[in-house]
Ligand binder design. Structure first.
Ligand code: FES
Length: 134
């Protein structure tokens, strides 16, 4: 895909975010912010038989951080908790279009994945790895 198509996808998710909002009584819930800019993402997940049955994100910030959360939450529907814990940054960046993202923007893109990992590891009761986005 060309860079322009990737930019269009990002802008579309920014203007029309999928899965935006909060869940009542989620099984997994976490939030974090980018300390450099203050952008913020929270993710709520409801599980049924260990599989994602509902997922929402909320937050504010740049187009990349918010559209990445929208795209990520779309990708996680019907995944198992084990798949959530193993979800890689490459899977997300591929969907977002890495060619158009410089190093500073990659941090924006990975904020939602970090929040997912924080919530999933808390749910599993295991320690967050040092590089949680991997
Ligand atoms: Fe803050 Fe992108 S500028 S996450």
């Amino acid at each position: 895909m060309s860079d322009d198509i990737y930019k269009e996808i990002i802008l579309d998710h920014y203007r029309n975010p999928r899965n935006k909002g909060k869940l009542t009584d989620p099984d997994i819930s976490a939030q974090d912010n980018n300390p450099v800019c203050g952008d913020r993402i929270s993710i709520d997940i409801t599980l049924k038989d260990n599989v994602v049955s509902d997922i929402k994100f909320d937050g504010e910030g740049c187009a990349i951080s918010q559209s990445s959360a929208s795209i990520l939450t779309d990708m996680l529907m019907d995944k198992t908790v084990d798949e959530l814990s193993k979800f890689t940054k490459d899977e997300l960046l591929e969907e977002l279009g890495t060619p158009s993202l410089g190093p500073a923007r990659i941090k924006c893109a990975l904020l939602s994945l970090k929040v997912l990992k924080i919530g999933t590891y808390q749910y599993l009761g295991t320690e967050l790895p040092e590089d949680p986005e991997n």
